[in-house]
Design a protein. Structure first.
Length: 260
């Protein structure tokens, strides 16, 4: 096992910043890195005051996806990549269950699983240097990281097909135009943008963030009538919880809420 630190974690106020830290490998992930990332995500999500989990990359790249050199060196490429995909999906499931808002800041190239990780953000920010490419077909592999589910929902089927079958490189401006990212922000403006985001998020309950993410994720498999039913059930559950009671009381009493 390598002694190199493959992830950096910084906790500041309501924000946990996770930095992928293999710049010599364009932050490609191996099994060890994914195990560590899963543990970190679970740990920071358990923090009661945390409101934002920010994921970015060290150096010139965001993430090149799975470490194919490590897979080849293992002598069992198929098993290695199969287990790597499963571990990656477990990390993404953990992120999806977090009551904190997940923000991905794409600071450079994001390819393959790196693009999938970027798309897992509730809010996705690209720096002007960001580049996006699937790249799976170029190495004879199929996509992972939930891209077959996310891309049609984010882009629509037609654009998803274009990205999958023609495999273009998408720059930051096109990524914003397509809806892959919500905004393009230079590094010099990131601190101000993040602070503004935190101010917005801290006025909401963590439970609401998680419930909204779940409703959005499940909406595509429901009819409109089923969505009404799911929203009504979730509304009742929210209203019966501590944050719901506090939020309604604060609104009626015209004061800021004091969420748990």
């Amino acid at each position: 096992m390598s002694g190199a630190i493959k992830l950096q974690v910084g906790m500041g106020g309501l924000v946990a910043k996770i930095t992928l830290n293999r710049p010599d490998k364009m932050n490609a992930f191996d099994r060890e890195m994914l195990r560590e990332l899963g543990d970190i995500v679970r740990g920071v999500s358990d923090s009661e005051k945390l409101r934002v989990v920010l994921i970015t990359g060290e150096g010139k790249g965001f993430c090149a996806g799975g470490d194919l050199e490590a897979a080849k060196a293992s002598g069992e490429t198929s098993n290695y990549l199969g287990k790597l995909a499963t571990a990656f999906h477990n990390v993404l499931d953990t992120l999806a269950a977090s009551p904190a808002l997940v923000v991905t800041v794409v600071n450079g190239p994001a390819a393959g699983g790196g693009m999938a990780l970027a798309m897992a953000g509730d809010l996705r920010v690209a720096m002007p240097e960001a580049k996006f490419r699937l790249g799976y077909g170029r190495v004879g592999l199929s996509m992972d990281g939930g891209l077959s589910w996310r891309l049609p929902r984010i882009l629509g089927l037609t654009q998803a097909q274009r990205l999958i079958f023609t495999d273009p490189e998408i720059d930051a401006d096109e990524a914003q135009a397509l809806g892959l990212v919500h905004q393009v922000t230079p590094a010099s403006e990131l601190p101000t943008a993040l602070q503004s985001l935190v101010e917005s998020v801290k006025r909401q309950s963590r439970g609401s963030i998680l419930k909204h993410r779940q409703l959005l994720a499940e909406s595509q498999g429901r009819t409109l009538a089923q969505s009404y039913e799911a929203e009504a059930i979730t509304m009742k559950a929210s209203a019966g919880g501590g944050d719901g009671r506090e939020g309604v009381a604060a609104f009626v009493e015209k004061r800021p809420p004091n969420f748990a």
